[in-house]
Ligand binder design. Structure first.
Ligand code: HEC
Length: 168
């Protein structure tokens, strides 16, 4: 009888273990699927960036480039691009909209209905480049979301770090 009970309890321990392993496995699998979903969106966002944004926004600038561009602008010249680089825009927007969902909502709205009032860029950006045209009006919701998520995940610097590295 004792042996039998021991057998039963060992079996139930084994069953519980294998059940919880399966659960964990499934959990990891769902987690991986979610991550892959986000990866795909970011990847698509980069394509959208290249097609719809890169003509004005460079991806990044080096501190050296910023210095030279600043000199050009100070002496009345035009910068080599039509808008602040995305590294700067992303850091700036994150300062005001740090959470991913708020950031995405802001970017989707701004690119569709841009205005000086809503904008969070430095005053110099509007002086030098003017307000952004409403590019988002000819984009799908998916494209807008993808490019906004790409902007959020592509850049890691805070605004303070960006300005320290690229003083202007
Ligand atoms: C024709 C040039 C042009 C294109 C193309 C363009 N932008 Fe812009 N963008 C600008 C200019 C100029 C500014 C700075 C002035 C402003 O914020 O309106 C800007 C600013 C921004 C800002 C900061 C908004 C703020 O003021 O707080 C975001 C976000 C942005 N762009 C996203 C995008 C995305 C995403 C795309 C591509 C889907 C894109 N832009 C395409 C010109 C452009």
């Amino acid at each position: 009888m004792k042996k039998f009970l021991l057998g039963v309890s060992i079996l139930s321990v084994l069953a519980t273990l294998s059940f919880s392993c399966r659960m964990q496995h499934q959990h990891q699998y769902q987690h991986r699927e979610r991550e892959q979903g986000i990866e795909k969106k970011i990847e698509k966002g980069y394509q959208v960036y290249k097609n719809k944004c890169a003509a004005c926004h460079w991806e990044t600038v080096s501190p050296e480039q910023v210095k030279n561009i600043r000199k050009t602008v100070m002496s009345g010249g035009r910068p080599p691009f039509g808008a602040p680089p995305m590294s700067e825009v992303s850091a700036r927007v994150k300062k005001f909209y740090p959470k991913e969902e708020e950031f995405v909502a802001f970017v989707k709205d701004y690119i569709t209905n841009p205005s000086r009032d809503k904008g969070v860029c430095l005053p110099m950006a509007y002086r030098v480049f003017g307000v952004m045209p409403p590019i988002g009006q000819s984009m799908t919701e998916e494209e807008k979301e993808a490019v906004a998520r790409w902007m959020y995940h592509r850049y890691k610097m805070t605004w303070e770090e960006f300005m320290k590295k690229h003083p202007h």
